[in-house]
Design a protein around this ligand. Sequence first.
Ligand SMILES: Cc1cc2nc3c(=O)[nH]c(=O)nc-3n(C[C@H](O)[C@H](O)[C@H](O)COP(=O)(O)O)c2cc1C
Length: 170
Amino acid sequence: MDVYEAIRTKRAVRQFADKPIPQEALLKILDAGRLAGSSKNIQPWDFIVIRDRARLKALSECGPWAGHLAGAAVGIALVTGDWRERWPVAFDLGRAAQNMMLTAHEMGIGSVMANIYDMDKAHALLQLPEDKMCYAAISFGYPADPQKWQRPPRRGRKRALADVVHWETW
Ligand SMILES: Cc1cc2nc3c(=O)[nH]c(=O)nc-3n(C[C@H](O)[C@H](O)[C@H](O)COP(=O)(O)O)c2cc1C
C-alpha cells in the first residue's frame, strides 16, 4: 500500500475484534510515532501503551466520545507537557498520531483518536508526573467488521478539493 493509498483509504474504526495485536506490529506502530517530525525537533511526546481492560475502560470514561477505547486491543495515550504554553505541540502530537495510525492501517489494524476531556482523571489513572498531561489517546485493534477497515470516504463525507484549496490568496 503506497502512502497516498493509505491516506485515501484510512477510516476511523471504533469496533474491534477480540484479537490481540502482535508485539512486533505494536512496536512498529510506536516507532512510527517516535519518528515523526516536530517543531524544533523537540519531540514533545511520551506514549503509554494500555492493554489492561479495566484501565482501557476507565480511560474510555475520560471523554464523551472516547467509548471506543473500552473495546480496543491496545490504547496508546499521548502524553506531553502543557501544550497551551507552546501551540506547535498539538501539531507535533497530531503528526505522531497520524504516523502511528497509517502504519497500523498498512498492517490491517484499525484505529481512531479519542479526545480526553477529563484530563485530571486521565492524569491520575495513568499516574503521570505533575508536569505532564494527556489530552488525546488512540484506540487500535483489528476491525470487528473488516469491510469497514478500508473504504474510501462516502461521497460528501470529505470537503471537495475545490472547496478547500485557495490559490495565491483567499
Ligand atoms: C484530533 C481528533 C480527535 C478525535 N476525537 C475523536 C473522539 O473523541 N471520538 C471519536 O469517536 N472519534 C474521534 N476522532 C475521529 C473523527 O471523528 C474522524 O476522524 C472523522 O469523523 C472522519 O472520519 P474518518 O477518519 O473515517 O475519515 C478524532 C479525530 C481527530 C483528528
